[in-house]
Design a protein around this ligand. Structure first.
Ligand SMILES: Nc1nc2c(c(=O)[nH]1)N[C@H]1C(S)=C(S)[C@@H](COP(=O)(O)O)O[C@H]1N2
Ligand SMILES: [Mo]
Length: 317
């Protein structure tokens, strides 16, 4: 549109002129909104190169048990935002858009803001960690995650001395997550860790599995992995990480406080009120295969038992 002197505007022109300015105002607001919302505007970088996920294995922190197949890992899931059956997440998350993605880091830390996922990942060296995973429902898997230690994120965001816990939040978007249209849980899904648990070298922020980006049903594009705790600690599709002073609310202990605690450490000696936690069924194994014994802290006791010295693990379940 050609520039016009502002002095003479015919009445017939006002509507279109006003509309034109309105549109520009809306566009400008949109851009400003994006710039304000994201520490870095989400323009050119919306993709993460496939090679980034082909990470070298950290053998020291990996188990040597045979990993589950990709089909098992991506076909048998808990992700109630996409339904409550084990096959629902794969079926109902096909149209979910994990990129572009922003993660807000806030609370008791020096470096806060809303970060594009690729900026959060940029300084990180991704590694593969083969972890034993144990669901509270007494099944288990072995999964070759790709990610980076949570402790590395800490270095950049510099929590203050007031930060005693880390709180995590999943995306809340019933349009994309059909399970959120039912009040199965108090959405969005939230989880938390004590600061020392979050800083333990085993605590991983995962972005991939088997050398590829996470499938949607596994918590794309960013999920937590805490292998010595029951699977529900491993919150998926994270949009917020907050450093906080008080122990944060967590979805499952909020839904059923007598069944699920804040700590959720794998413990064969403390049964769930409705079933035993002493043994587990490895997914993919023959149905005739004997259930195997569940190990304290899911087999990671050497690395984490010290975190709970002096605590009564029956009370703090
Ligand atoms: N947002 C969200 N995160 C979640 C869940 C969920 O329903 N919603 N389920 C949890 C449970 S109970 C388990 S066992 C693990 C399962 O992870 P997987 O499907 O990748 O094996 O995800 C956890 N993270
Ligand atoms: Mo679980």
């Amino acid at each position: 549109m050609a520039h016009k002197s502002a002095s003479i505007i015919l009445p017939s022109e006002i509507t279109s002129e006003a509309l034109f300015h309105d549109r520009r105002a809306v566009l400008a607001m949109g851009l400003a909104g994006a710039a304000l919302g994201a520490a870095t505007p989400l323009t050119a970088l919306a993709d993460i190169p496939a090679e980034r996920y082909k990470a070298a294995r950290n053998a020291r922190l990996s188990v040597t048990e045979t990993a589950n197949t990709f089909e098992e890992i991506s076909g048998y899931n808990n992700f109630y935002e996409f339904g409550t059956d084990k096959s629902d997440p794969a079926a109902n998350s096909r149209n979910f858009k994990p990129l572009p993605w922003n993660v807000t880091v806030d609370g008791e830390c020096e470096v806060k803001g809303k970060f594009a996922l690729e900026d959060l990942l940029a300084p990180q060296t991704l590694e593969e960690r083969v972890y034993r995973m144990r669901c509270v429902e007494a099944w288990s898997m072995v999964i070759p995650w790709v990610g980076f230690p949570f402790a590395e994120l800490l270095k950049r965001h510099k929590p203050t001395s007031k930060a005693k816990y880390v709180a995590f939040t999943t995306l809340n978007d019933p349009k994309q997550m059909p399970g959120q249209r039912e009040r199965v849980l108090d959405w969005p899904y939230v989880e938390g860790l004590r600061m020392d648990e979050a800083m333990n070298p085993l605590t991983l922020l995962a972005v991939g599995v088997y050398g590829k980006a996470l499938p949607n049903q596994c918590g794309a594009p960013l999920r937590l992995v805490v292998p010595w705790k029951y699977g529900f600690k491993g919150i998926k599709s994270i949009v917020r990480i907050s450093f906080v002073e008080q122990q944060p609310r967590t979805s499952w202990s909020h839904a059923a406080p007598n069944e699920y605690g804040f700590y959720a450490n794998v413990n064969p000696a403390v049964d769930h009120p409705r079933w035993s936690q002493a043994t587990e069924r490895r997914i993919g194994g023959s149905l005739l295969a004997r259930r195997q014994a569940t190990l304290p802290f899911n087999g990671y006791a050497d690395q984490v038992a010290d975190l709970y010295k002096g605590m009564d693990l029956r009370r703090n379940f």
